[in-house]
Write a protein that binds this ligand. Structure first.
Ligand SMILES: Nc1ncnc2c1ncn2[C@@H]1O[C@H](COP(=O)(O)OP(=O)(O)O)[C@@H](O)[C@H]1O
Ligand SMILES: [Mg+2]
Length: 283
């Protein structure tokens, strides 16, 4: 890792060639009859059941649902950090079995190493086997993409929360992930920084059009960023005898190219409808 950025590494400019060899692919994801039960016997607790869904390569999918309904569990299963009790997650037609190097994760907390510079933190995400030249070019390109070129040598304690989250996104992208998993990535940021980060994510997706699964509790964020939105929850009128656990209770296609007009009447209508499904009265 550090070798990639050591002073002995050959100096290279950000040439297009190096960028092309490290371009991010986009991979399709499919949830197939996925179920996750924690514990056994009387302590068994089914969190997710009958999750069937296909996400196109390059699509941005937002996942909404009340706290504790299984959103993070679904992302963890996609990355192979957790195994479903039944069913599978397929990426590019191949089942996920164990930690999957086709995925990269970014969380609400940036999780940067405090003793490393930002460029070294981003380099940690580089795939193994990448040449020093390509690695350096990739880190340089990502620093530029997230607007941190002037802060490459700074340490995490010297930058703001928004900047740290930008570095965290760059580190996730350094891996060239076919699937980018974002678990409430902007949840800890103030409202203005959050909007800027949403715009940045759109820029990132244009430059690195990978498949994105975005967990968020912010309906506006989902409407701003996603091609489609799924809501995880308990089925309405499920009754006493119904199977426990959350499933996909609603799928919404969000029309219009991005960036979208935040004041649009159509989005406001969709917002009210999504909040209603989530059990929140928007008035
Ligand atoms: N490793 C685990 N062992 C037992 N229960 C778990 C584990 N991981 C998650 N859960 C439970 O699964 C449910 C869903 O958790 P999570 O996916 O984190 O929800 P969300 O991200 O939607 O808030 C919660 O009730 C949580 O307690
Ligand atoms: Mg969660």
């Amino acid at each position: 890792m550090t070798a990639v950025l050591s002073s002995s590494a050959p100096e290279t400019s950000l040439d297009a060639d190096a960028g092309a060899t490290t371009r991010t692919p986009a991979l399709a994801v499919a949830f197939r009859s996925l179920r996750r039960t924690f514990g056994t016997g009387a302590a068994a607790h089914t969190v997710l059941r009958d999750v069937d869904f296909e996400i196109r390569a390059g699509e941005v999918l937002a996942i909404l649902g009340t706290s504790g309904c299984g959103k993070s569990t679904l992302l963890r299963a996609t990355a192979g950090l957790d195994s479903p009790t039944a069913g599978s997650v397929d990426i590019d037609g191949t089942p996920v079995q164990g930690i999957d190097s086709r995925c990269a994760f970014a969380f609400q907390e940036p999780r940067l190493l405090p003793w490393h510079t930002l460029q070294a933190n981003i380099a940690i995400g580089l795939p193994t086997g990448i040449s020093a030249r390509d690695g350096k070019a990739k880190v340089g390109r990502l620093l530029e993409l997230v607007g941190l070129t002037d802060f490459a040598k700074h340490r995490p304690r010297e930058i703001s929360g928004g900047m740290a989250q930008r570095a965290s996104l760059a580190r996730a992208l350094a891996r060239n992930p076919g699937v980018l998993l974002l678990d409430e990535p902007f949840g800890a940021l103030d409202a203005l920084t959050r909007i800027k980060m949403q715009d940045l994510l759109l820029d990132i997706h244009r430059a690195e059009p990978t498949t994105v699964l975005l967990v968020t509790h912010d309906v506006d964020e989902a409407l701003q960023l996603a091609d489609r939105i799924i809501i995880l929850g308990k089925e309405a009128n499920a009754g006493e005898g119904a199977a426990p656990g959350a499933t996909i209770v609603r799928t919404v296609h969000v029309p219009g190219g991005r960036p979208r007009d935040r004041g649009s009447v159509e989005l406001a209508r969709m917002r009210a409808s999504l909040l209603e499904t989530l059990g929140v009265d928007s008035r």
